[in-house]
Design a protein around this ligand. Structure first.
Ligand SMILES: Nc1ncnc2c1ncn2[C@@H]1O[C@H](COP(=O)(O)OP(=O)(O)OP(=O)(O)O)[C@@H](O)[C@H]1O
Length: 576
């Protein structure tokens, strides 16, 4: 993943590019550089939806083409100036993105790609057929040059500087978004969207923002392209534009602003470098692209960063000081923090949860046990909103949340861990935990300081700078527990938290969970590990085939004949 080390590389590359433009480039070279600036804008925008949201949109070229057409029509036909045409060229594709978002953004990956491709085909057809407005296949000629309140960048160096100034401003804005609270959410949205929802992050809204913002960037790029080429034809809406943008993003580095700029410059220059080779240039161009993808699958910027880190290692970045957050404000309430009434859920013919009711009071630890497939994880999924119940009601601190979205339930005070820890692989543990604070804190500094506090509480402070992908399962669980605690939940649900832990680690975990309960959380633990659970839990509920078959104190459950029958197949010896 792109990192903070990109800044010096970017500065060096920018200086080199500026020196080339000012000292060496001929008019043709300046034009190629200007086109690179246009693509840099379009690709920076594409990083929002493809890089950050992880959704393979094939509509970015279409948004680019729409920007070009709006500028062509308003500038050439209606004689309007850049002050009007440019904002409208940005606005039009943004509006289209917002309109089509509702049906297409919910689609699974390949269907989303196909749907966005379909949008492109419809727009292309409209551009060809609506001759009165678009000039049909001939397009629109005579697009005026850029004139901003009487000032003209002209052609050559002035135009190149103008376009690159806009590209740099666009890159700066995207970079700032990536370094803000939203930036903490991006890896979760891309890699673990279900977990992101359970942290209170409204993924649907965030995806929409990424899609619309990406379209705005593409519209800006298309507008500039129309001014540079002085004509707009259906070619700007055709698939090769989209392929170029996609290739630039992948070669440069997905999700990285520096990658967008590097990809745009490299792929506009590459054909020029090979042009002298006559017929062989296409072949060499293809081989160069293939070699780049094979040698640097995470993109060139990431490769450059790794090489820099190897040759010029930096001292480790200092950790933020841990800061305990204020308690979350909550209206006074007496009664169970979690109240589930008659939850049922079927998958096809399987009744995974069948009329389950339970309560957990503040400060109480409820253990939920049951044989494999008895519905324990489904119960947690129902409480956290990841599954919708067929029947039943859910109340958290007396507020009914039945049928609400996972992020609404999370915001009401419910947090969870997963059976297999669900952490974004490329993110440091600190960032993964700080993401839990997105809806609670004002900025990244505050979120990271609070994250450090919860990493300490979960015994994982020394993992803060470790990428989640490199952590063994036991440590991943600790980080995930820190993340759940960082929500300061009223209700904390844990799915087999002790699995795979040593006895010492289990004892440490038990201490952390008891402390969370003593601080007022209602804790529900799904667990198979009885020696861990029975001494820790205040009460136990046993499920079998989706139903509650026994409830009571750990001692009563240990002796219960039905529990023994469910676990052992016969009412044999006590559950250990
Ligand atoms: N998304 C799903 N689609 C279809 N069937 C499902 C789905 N989720 C759960 N099930 C089925 O529902 C039943 C209950 O599963 P669940 O994972 O809740 O059990 P569990 O008690 O958590 O099991 P384990 O202890 O093995 O984790 C199982 O028969 C399972 O196969």
């Amino acid at each position: 993943m792109p990192g903070r080390g990109a800044a010096p590389l970017l500065a060096a590359a920018g200086a080199g590019l500026a020196a080339y433009a000012l000292l060496f480039a001929d008019p043709y070279g300046l034009r190629v550089l200007t086109v690179a600036g246009v693509y840099a804008l379009a690709v920076t925008g594409y990083q929002m939806i493809f890089g950050n949201a992880g959704a393979l949109s094939l509509a970015q070229g279409t948004f680019y083409g729409i920007g070009a057409y709006v500028t062509g029509i308003l500038g050439s036909r209606w004689g309007l100036g850049f002050e009007v045409t440019f904002p409208l060229s940005v606005l039009a594709p943004t509006l289209l993105a917002l309109v089509v978002a509702a049906p297409v953004l919910r689609l699974e990956s390949h269907y989303f790609a196909l749907a966005t491709l379909g949008i492109g085909q419809v727009v292309l057809l409209a551009a060809v057929e609506w001759q009165g407005l678009t000039g049909g296949s001939n397009g629109i000629a005579g697009v005026p040059g850029i004139e901003l309140f009487g000032w003209r960048p002209g052609r050559g160096l002035g135009l190149a500087l103008f376009v690159w100034t806009l590209a740099a401003l666009g890159a700066l804005a995207a970079w700032r978004i990536g370094r803000g609270l939203r930036g903490l959410a991006f890896p979760l949205m891309r890699d673990t969207p279900a977990a992101a929802r359970t942290l209170g992050i409204d993924i649907d809204r965030l995806r929409l923002e990424c899609f619309a913002l990406g379209a705005a960037y593409a519209g800006a790029a298309g507008a500039l392209a129309a001014h540079i080429q002085r004509v707009v034809s259906p070619e700007v809406l055709e698939f090769p534009v989209m392929v170029t943008i996609l290739t630039m993003a992948v070669i440069g580095g997905l999700g990285s602003v520096a990658g967008a700029l590097a990809g745009a410059v490299l792929l506009t220059q590459l054909p020029e470098w090979f042009r002298g080779l006559e017929g062989g240039y296409l072949l060499l161009y293809g081989v160069a692209l293939l070699a780049t993808v094979v040698a640097a699958p995470w993109g060139l910027v990431s490769l450059a960063e790794r090489l820099r880190a190897r040759w010029l290692p930096e001292p480790p970045r200092p950790l933020p000081s841990a800061l305990a957050p204020e308690p979350r404000p909550a209206a006074p309430f007496r009664g169970p923090a979690l109240y589930v009434e008659g939850f049922s859920k079927s998958f096809g013919g399987v009744r995974a949860v069948d009329g389950v009711g339970l309560t957990v009071d503040p400060g109480e630890i409820l253990g939920v046990i049951g044989p494999n497939g008895s519905g324990k994880t489904t119960l947690i999924n129902l409480v956290t909103g990841l599954e919708k119940p067929d029947a039943g009601r859910l109340y958290v601190r007396g507020v009914e949340l039945t049928g609400r979205t996972p992020h609404a339930i999370a915001r009401a005070g419910v947090a969870r861990t997963f059976q297999t820890a669900s952490l974004p692989p490329g993110t440091e543990a600190l960032g993964a935990v700080a993401a839990a604070r997105i809806t609670l804190d004002r900025d990244v500094r505050e979120a990271e300081a609070h994250a450090m506090h919860f990493l300490e509480r979960a015994g994982a402070a020394d993992l803060a700078r470790e990428p989640c992908a490199t952590l063994p399962p036991g440590l991943r669980r600790r980080v995930e527990l820190a993340r759940a605690l960082a929500r300061q939940p009223a209700v904390l649900l844990l799915d087999e938290p002790a699995a795979g832990l040593t006895e010492a680690e289990q004892a440490e975990l038990a201490g952390t969970l008891r402390a969370a309960a003593d601080a007022g959380a209602a804790v529900l633990i799904v667990e198979h590990n009885m020696p861990f659970l029975l001494p820790l839990a205040d009460r136990i509920t046993c499920l079998d085939e989706g139903r509650v078959i026994a409830e009571g104190t750990p001692d009563a459950i240990r002796r219960d004949r039905r529990v023994r029958a469910a676990y052992l197949g016969s009412p044999g010896p006590e559950v250990p």
